[in-house]
Design a protein around this ligand. Sequence first.
Ligand code: SAM
Ligand code: SF4
Length: 464
Amino acid sequence: MSETRKLYVKSYGCQMNVYDSHRMADTMAREGYAETAVPEDADLIVLNTCHIREKAAEKVYSELGRIRILKQQAEADGRNMLVAVAGCVAQAEGEEIRRRAPLVDLVIGPQSIHRLPALVARARQGETAVETEFPAEDKFDHLAPPSQTATRTRGVSAFVTVQEGCDKFCTFCVVPYTRGVEVSRPVEKIGEEVARLAEGGVRDVTLIGQNVNAYHGADSAGRERSLADLLAHLSKIDGVARLRYTTSHPRDMGDDLIAAHRDLPKVMPYLHLPVQSGSDRILAAMNRQHGRQEYLSIVARVRAARPDIAMSSDFIVGFPGETEADFDETLDLVERVQFATAYSFKYSTRPGTPSADMEQVPEDVKSERLARLQLLIESKWRKFNEDYVGDCFDVLFEKPGRYSGQITGRSPYLHQVQVEAPVEMIGTIARVNILQSSRNSLFGELAAPTRVSTMPAALAVEGA
Ligand code: SAM
Ligand code: SF4
């Protein structure tokens, strides 16, 4: 292709969408499209959408209102600007999107993103398309890998999708309908992708999936492997210093995965394990398939394996039927687990899910409970930051800091750490003494003598 066209991609929602957006950009790069951060300049705009809560879905329609004006301007300048809606809103609403927003040329569900080049070519001929099937072919086999330049531009930390979809059917959740059944990618393919990222300078890899710890991909001999096996396999790749995974379900927190936190030095001491509620009654109504005690016992086992592990979670407040007593159980669970941080959401009714037909909690009650929960989580977050003042651990430097002379990195526990150090240290790991904490960051100084290390924090601190 001789002509370079411009592509603008906007990603909403989870990290899986960020990953899909990158892969769409990589695939369109092969077709001669260069990414732009300026939507006005684009020949193709892709909105990669999220349907998890009502607000997330509505955002897309407001954005399309703004894009309509850009498209009209482009047309007035004699340019043909194509607009594609991808992701979970595309999957859930399909044709309805074009009815509400006729400017949209393409609607593409998450499992069809590899078909973007063909659909764009057709749209250039004036055809519109709605592609929301779950095609038989594996999209990962058809998506282009990132170029080394793209990998370097995206930084030293990367996400890799290893599993998609969900069979759990929590009664509030759209994911099983928008992303389909659980599917795991083969071990070797993931290994190749991670090795390529490492060659491009990536040091910290987060394996992602809607239920990442339900991973059960095949190895080269066709045998089913667990997430713990996959982490062990990826640990052997030179250059990758840190491995993480998200999001996990308590039901799939097997003994081998817990042991991996003890036995694999590259697996970082951080675990995001959504619980949603602290009340057994609500957990049952949510169809979470575990109780409060079971969750607490998983936390105890994880902490026995890796005492310094930082834990985070997701909570939904105001699920249908939630009483004040149920909510108190949620607050109590936060106290008991001492989470480092957590995401919390007001229950959002999603049409087509079983809980949409249950008796709803009034909006003002939901808002008031959310404010109380967030206050408690905020206090845990502050404590989590303050607890590390005086510690010394390895920091992976990711980018320039806010102020000149500073660079920013991540602790093994995912804190953001600011240090005065040369930009040449970006991409390296060095030990840092933590001097101060604020709400969002830790502040530290390089521990002398400066050295580059790939040793995980717990071992490094013990050995220091
Ligand atoms: N698979 C993960 C699990 O089992 O917890 C969660 C994936 S979901 C994409 C991310 C989070 O969105 C959930 O943990 C939940 O807290 C939140 N969420 C999902 N559906 C929701 C709804 N209807 N209303 C509010 N929050 C919701
Ligand atoms: Fe949704 Fe997670 Fe439940 Fe699956 S396990 S239905 S993704 S909340």
